[in-house]
Each structure stands twice: as structure tokens, then as C-alpha cells.
Design a protein around this ligand. Sequence first.
Ligand SMILES: [Zn+2]
Length: 96
Amino acid sequence: MVARRQAARRKHRRLNERALRGDGGCGPSLAVRCECSERRCDAVVRLGAARYEEVRSTPGLYVLAPGHQRDDLDMVVGRRGAYVVVDEPAAELFLG
Ligand SMILES: [Zn+2]
């Protein structure tokens, strides 16, 4: 179950990375897809391009819409008005 949720999250990340490649992703602010573990989530989060790059370059960190974190999967490590940053301590359990 956790693995399925992690797979959903990684799909969101791939979509974000693809979108970034499409438009350069170098503007001051980005609209990225929420990287929560809910497969059907299509929430959009706005944050600075530099901030997203920082999150993306740290393994296990994801950007979520506020309230989309799950207690059994995510540890909130940062909070802003429009988004939360979570660490996924269970990342090593992911086998897919
Ligand atoms: Zn979400």
C-alpha cells in the first residue's frame, strides 16, 4: 500500500520534471503539481523556481499542497502558506 502511494508520488514528480523541461522552468515562480501520494490528486502548488529546485535535488523531499501529507508516509520539514515540504522517511522501502 505504501509502495503504491510512493509510486503515485513519483509519477507526479515525473510529470513536474517533464513540464519543467517543456517551458524552461527558470521563471521566478512555478506552478507544479502537488507531489502527494494520492494518485488522483491534481492540485497545483506555486513556489519559487529556486525553492523547487532545492527540494527536487534533495532525495526524499517533496512539495505538497497543504493538508495533503499523510502521517504514515510523510514528515513535514517545511511549511509556507501555499505549500508544505515533506520528507519521505520510508523511501528505502520503495521497490518499484
Ligand atoms: Zn495532493
